[in-house]
Write a protein that binds this ligand. Structure first.
Ligand SMILES: [Zn+2]
Ligand SMILES: [Zn+2]
Length: 338
């Protein structure tokens, strides 16, 4: 089967590899769609921390079951599935408390081990979720949306509360969608006017603020009767933004750091204490979050197709990838058809 390998930063190549063989509890998935995300782009450019080469990228995956191993009873050949790419150990302190998303020895396919830029992938069957009636394009975007769904679930939003989402890339847009579905009033903040327009039109943001300085702080205050937002989500991938984000949180509010950066994030303690602020990180997603995304798709609360800005065939990906990763490509979500 054909595989695309990231041999070293800035280089992809096609390789022929043998089709894997399933054992107990596993299944083979014929990959039909691969979503491209920031992690893939950072790894390609050599900017992903703790990443080693060669590596098969790709963790946003949709496909069709072609073989099931012994003991697999809930999947059958031909089922359309989305892939949960987080392989947890199952018995560490986090796994035992149901927090498989932050397993102490978590392996994410496409990051820590080979991922889905190949025609067929072998997975533990319990990491494949079938969703009859959902198209492959949308199935490939479930993982990316589940990250937003998880962050929103961590925040425990209530109806009508003011939520500020900083960063209107795919993760931030997902947070906005699930915050909207939870009944919150969403304010989107980003540097890019086009992304903010998308946040309004697609993600249902009630208001948008362009910038990230003192002026934008004043605008957010005006939009929230002078209080600030009771839940602020960071999805910028910028340490500077993550530090500034503390200023937007109202008294008694919470701040959720969704994007991860290789840096130290600090805050001025009296400001933090005065407001009795709650600080939360949010990592990956759990099975419940995947099911919630699929439920929202089934209920037509969410239409993911407009997120797809770029598309190509698997055999054209190497040629296209460089253009997709260049600044100014306008990439929101790239989808590879296999
Ligand atoms: Zn991703
Ligand atoms: Zn574990």
């Amino acid at each position: 089967m054909k595989t695309i390998v990231c041999d070293q930063p800035d280089h992809l190549s096609y390789q022929e590899r043998p089709t894997p063989v399933v054992t107990q509890g596993q299944a083979l998935v014929r990959i039909r769609r691969i979503g491209i995300c920031g992690t893939d782009l950072h790894a390609f450019r050599g900017r992903q921390p703790y990443f080693s080469y060669p590596r098969v990228l790709g963790h946003e995956l949709a496909g069709e079951i072609i073989t099931v191993g012994d003991g697999v009873t809930d999947l059958k050949i031909g089922d359309a599935v989305t892939v949960m790419p987080y392989l947890e150990c199952g018995d560490c302190v986090a796994c035992r408390s149901g927090k498989t998303n932050c397993c102490t020895s978590l392996q994410v396919i496409g990051v820590h081990q080979d991922g889905g830029m190949q025609e067929i992938i072998r997975m533990p069957a319990d990491h494949l979720i079938k969703a009859p009636g959902v198209g492959f394009d949308e199935l490939a975007l479930v993982e990316c949306m589940a990250i937003g769904a998880h962050a929103v679930r961590r925040a425990g939003l209530s109806v009508g509360e003011n939520v500020l989402v900083i960063g209107a890339g795919p993760i931030g847009l997902g947070i906005m969608q699930f915050a909207r579905i939870a009944g919150a009033r969403v304010i989107a903040l980003d540097l890019d006017a086009q992304r903010l327009e998308f946040a309004r039109n697609w993600a249902g943001a009630a208001a948008t603020v362009q910038g990230g300085d003192e002026h934008s702080k004043r605008l957010v205050d005006e939009l929230t009767a002078g209080n600030g937002a009771s839940a602020v989500f960071d999805a910028t991938g910028s340490a500077q933004s993550m530090i500034q984000g503390f200023d937007y949180v109202t008294h008694g509010g919470r701040y959720l750091l969704v994007s991860i950066v290789d840096a130290t994030i600090s805050f001025y303690d009296p400001d933090f204490h005065r407001r009795e602020m709650t600080l939360l990180s949010s990592r990956n997603a759990t099975r419940e979050d995947f099911h919630w995304v699929l439920q929202c798709l089934a209920d037509k609360k969410l239409d993911l197709v407009p997120l797809i800005s770029h598309r190509c065939r698997f055999d054209r990906l190497i040629q296209e990838f460089r253009a997709w990763t260049s600044p100014g490509s306008g990439l929101v979500k790239g989808i590879v058809e296999v």
